[in-house]
Design a protein around this ligand. Structure first.
Ligand code: NAP
Length: 491
């Protein structure tokens, strides 16, 4: 298993493009700080941040001192450790479009060719090629270098392949780390542990016993300042192509022979390739698009998607999508996988629900007539937990059965700080373990399934249905699942 160990890392230079950006401030710098506190970073491990903004190292550290603190809770903040951590950080202003601008990085890295070198691209994807060419032209890529890229990798299979071609001009596939931070989450890795570290589940993990699977990634936030980017992207490309499909794949894959990176990724890609294509009218019948309109949460009213100044008034971009997918394999034939994601939904919730089939014959009376059968509910948000819904006899002198939850809340069990998903991923990049990163063929296979859905929407001019902010999306999503006699899990 790919757990963070106390194994010490080799000396490294972590070159962070986009060091002044939102992701760096909120997640990447705090993740490295926490690993520093755990004494996992070697003394000779440096973070070399860059951005467009002109400032020197002292000014950048002062900026971090104010801005990063806001993203670390008081109880996790240790002043002495933080000050020592800041000493690791340098900053250089580098306009990545200007080949000459890389010189400060060349100077900073001189004489350290034997160190692990990570080029982390926390910038808009439109800059990926400039940066990889820039570091190549500047002679910065060593045998011990790796490049890490944030999503989205392209907007369809063709553009993703073009980016991958450019990357492979200067890096080998083993040096490329494509991030889906969902794979760094504890619960996702616990899904692997649950399935392949226990005898209970695997015999039941198949069509004979499972009625359907539901995967939901619901956000309560709107698009806010990401409006211009989001309107060119939509929920299908922004969330389904990566996070939702990655969760589906981890859930549905066959047991790998080991946790060796390619053993795991070879099994993952088989699931992507076994997804039944959704093309033409099939794609329309098995999908729902939605777009939020103004609504309200308990804190007050929120504007609709089209009220955002960066969004054209006639935008038909979806902020919600629900899909019914099937996997054509012996294990999963006939089991519907319902995927759903959206912005401005009722609550911020990420969960996987596995509904088991009803018992073949009941000898017990129940209050609810076994209306909801056994369920396994794996939650990633708001809390990380695994719950199993089973029937028991209620205490008392009658024999009526009642559903109860066996509840494993990781917070209660482990009683320690919940790691940011990036902590594991960043260390894995430095360590050179690509198990939790997407291989090129995985990215291509995911787009190959998504592209025909997008094409069908365009071909049939399938407009999004509007839904009120603060609800669970358009009514059509309920109609989609009810065609199978089912309903979305809610509690
Ligand atoms: P952001 O806040 O807009 O930051 C962009 C960064 O790029 C800034 O550091 C900016 O530097 C730098 N930059 C822009 N043009 C540049 C140029 N010509 N030369 C050098 N640096 C340049 O973006 P972000 O939200 O951090 O997102 C970064 C990446 O992560 C994107 O690919 C995004 O899709 C992905 N991502 C973000 C999140 C998130 O939660 N934010 C989540 C998942 C994925 P200046 O500030 O100095 O101009």
């Amino acid at each position: 298993m790919n757990l963070i160990s106390n194994e010490s890392l080799q000396p490294f230079d972590f070159i962070l493009f986009g060091g002044t950006g939102d992701l760096s401030i909120r997640k990447l710098i705090p993740a490295l700080y926490f690993r520093h506190c755990e004494k996992q970073l070697p003394d000779d491990g440096r973070i070399i941040a860059s951005g467009r903004t002109a400032m020197d190292t002292a000014e950048f550290r002062a900026k971090l001192d104010v801005e990063v603190r806001e993203h670390i809770s008081e109880q996790d903040f240790e002043e002495e450790a933080w000050q020592a951590f800041l000493e690791r950080i340098q900053y250089y202003a580098v306009d990545v479009n200007d080949v000459a601008a890389y010189q400060p990085l060349v100077d900073a890295l001189k004489g350290r060719e034997d160190h692990v070198r990570v080029f982390y691209l926390s910038v808009a994807p439109s800059l990926f090629t400039q940066i990889t060419n820039g570091v190549h032209e500047a002679g910065l890529i060593t045998a011990n270098s790796r490049v890490a890229l944030e999503k989205p990798l392209g907007r369809d299979e063709k553009s993703a392949e073009e980016i991958n071609d450019r990357l492979s001009d200067v890096f080998s596939e083993e040096q490329i780390y494509r991030i889906d931070h969902y794979l760094g989450k504890e619960t996702v890795q616990n899904l692997l542990a649950l399935r392949f570290g226990n005898a209970f589940f695997e015999p039941l993990w198949r069509a004979e016993h499972i009625s359907d699977v539901q995967i939901t990634i619901a956000e309560s936030l709107g698009v806010d300042s990401r409006g211009a980017f989001y309107d060119q992207t939509g929920a299908l490309r922004d969330m389904v192509q990566n996070h939702l499909l990655q969760l589906l794949v981890i859930l549905a894959m066959e047991p790998p022979v080991s946790m060796d990176p390619d053993a795991v990724r070879d099994e993952k890609i088989k699931v992507l390739r076994a997804l039944k294509p959704l093309t033409g009218i099939d794609a329309i019948e098995n999908s729902v698009r939605g777009q939020y309109k103004a609504g309200a949460y308990k804190d007050g009213p929120v504007p609709g998607y089209l009220d955002n100044a960066d969004i054209p008034d006639d935008s038909t971009t979806e902020t919600f999508v629900a899909l019914r997918a099937e996997i054509a394999s012996w294990r999963w034939a006939g089991v519907p996988f319902f995927l759903r994601t959206g912005k401005r939904l009722e609550s911020k919730t990420t969960e996987i629900v596995i509904n088991f089939k009803k018992i073949p014959h009941s000898i017990f009376p129940t209050a609810d007539g076994f209306s909801i059968p056994n369920q396994l509910i794996i939650r990633l948000q708001p809390e990380e937990s695994i719950r199993m819904r089973i029937y028991v006899k209620a205490w008392g002198d009658d024999i009526e059965l009642q559903p109860v939850h066996l509840n494993l809340d990781f917070n209660d069990v482990f009683q320690k700080r919940k790691m940011i998903a990036y902590e594991r991923l960043l260390l894995d990049i430095i360590r050179g373990n690509p198990t939790l990163f997407m291989r090129r063929d995985e990215v291509a296979a995911a787009w190959a399934w998504i592209d025909p859905i997008q094409e069908a929407w365009e071909q049939y001019q399938y407009s999004p249905k509007s839904y009120t902010a603060g609800t669970w999306g358009p009514g059509a999503a309920n109609a989609l699942i009810s065609k199978d006699g089912l309903r979305w899990h809610e509690d």
